[in-house]
Design a protein around this ligand. Structure first.
Ligand SMILES: [Zn+2]
Ligand SMILES: [Zn+2]
Ligand SMILES: [Zn+2]
Length: 161
């Protein structure tokens, strides 16, 4: 039974996955905990709380303990795969995937919906910061807040000003 689960995990996480490459390059072993947490994070394409990660990992492989899931989330944060953000509450972080070192979204402060976007146009600012602060920048997390069209409604949209 156990080997069946493991074989399935290996199949789904291909060796040319960039995060698996980074783990190997940094000298980390590809343990079941690391592979399974990675699989869960990638399937969510971004936003997921640690509680949800725990639940989904348990469903895939109940042999992986809570402590190793938390250690793996710590490691992935250190390696820059994910970043914790505190959106709805400061108690439980929501992890976001840092694809290629960046992540951007707009949050509706009313319905808490996320609007992800790809083009950040941050190159000029990144270059300026690197020069001015003499910091080698490896990524960014960009978070905008606002009220979406649905939440404004037809009436509220008209008398916005
Ligand atoms: Zn996002
Ligand atoms: Zn909204
Ligand atoms: Zn960006």
């Amino acid at each position: 039974m156990r080997s069946l689960v493991e074989a399935k995990t290996r199949l789904r996480m291909s060796a040319d996955n960039p995060h698996i490459q980074s783990l190997k390059q940094a000298g980390y072993r590809l343990t079941q905990a690391r592979l399974t947490v990675l699989e869960v994070l990638e399937a969510e394409r971004g936003h997921i709380t640690s509680a949800d990660v725990l639940q989904k990992v348990e469903r895939i492989n109940p042999a992986i303990g809570r402590a190793s899931v938390f250690r793996t989330l710590e490691l992935f944060t250190q390696l820059g795969f994910i970043r914790p953000t505190y959106i709805h509450t400061s108690a439980t972080p929501t992890y976001v995937m840092m694809h290629g070192g960046h992540h951007h979204h707009v949050i509706c402060t009313e319905c808490k919906r996320f609007f992800e976007f790809d083009n950040c146009g941050m190159e000029a600012l990144t270059n300026n910061l690197q020069r001015e602060l003499d910091v080698q920048i490896s990524g960014h997390l960009l978070e905008f807040y606002g009220v979406c069209a649905d939440c404004r409604g037809p009436d509220r949209a008209e008398r916005r000003t």
